[in-house]
Write a protein that binds this ligand. Structure first.
Ligand code: CDP
Ligand code: MG
Length: 199
């Protein structure tokens, strides 16, 4: 991984993706675009692991989840306070992190490290927007779900959006170390690398 443009990123197929038998479909999309699977396993995680993956101490990120939620409600023209009991972004974020524990521990997840040029952005683009009802067709979230945050919040659960994808370089580095040991990440050549990338 000497080329600085070659990045590694973490993808989790969340329990809804696994239970809906979409693992093959999702993995296949990443393979076809040219991303190399360099690590992969199925794990059924506990609360401690989810809390590490989605740390509420990451205040800015938690607040952003709350702000994103409020923005969605504004677009729907509905009242978030009715579902969430608060209008405070950080508090909403904390609540959602709690629901994320139930979601991520509700079944096994498939964890992957994908590698390729600008892999982090490429995977985010393919995953699509956080809320499947807003994610555009052609993206994983947009093609396989129509879940919306207001429905999720109304019944007091996390939004179910099939995949997690590292949001940036910092998150990717942190998540690779959290989910994988060094010896679980493999260095090999894909047969079509030369044709796709010229190296
Ligand atoms: O996953 P992504 O990076 O697109 O979104 P995030 O803002 O990092 O939020 C993490 C996860 O929290 C999402 O993927 C959703 O599963 C969940 N979430 C939710 O259930 N309801 C919200 N209003 C916001 C996020
Ligand atoms: Mg995120």
């Amino acid at each position: 991984m000497k080329n600085p443009l070659i990045e590694q990123t973490v993808v989790l197929i969340k329990p809804d993706g696994v239970k809906r038998a979409l693992v093959g479909e999702i993995v296949s999309r990443f393979e076809k675009i040219g991303l190399k699977i360099v690590g992969m396993k199925m794990v059924w995680v506990d609360e401690e692991m989810v809390r590490k993956h989605y740390p509420t101490e990451r205040r800015q990120w938690v607040t952003k989840i709350g702000e994103k939620t409020l923005e969605a409600y504004k677009n729907y023209g509905t009242d978030p306070k009715e579902h969430l009991g608060t209008m405070e972004p950080y508090e909403i974020g904390v609540l959602i992190c709690k629901w994320l524990v139930d979601y991520l521990t509700s079944g096994p997840v498939v964890a992957m490290v994908l590698e390729g040029p600008h892999a982090i952005t490429a995977v985010r683009k393919m995953a699509g927007y956080t809320y499947p009802d807003t994610a555009v067709p052609g993206t994983i979230r947009g093609d396989f779900s129509i879940d919306s945050p207001d429905l999720a919040n109304m019944i007091k659960r996390s939004g179910m959006n099939l995949v997690h994808a590292s949001g940036n370089t910092e998150e990717a580095k942190f998540e690779i170390a959290l989910w994988f040991r060094k010896k679980e990440i493999h260095n090999y050549k894909r047969a079509d690398e030369g044709i796709m990338f010229g190296f």
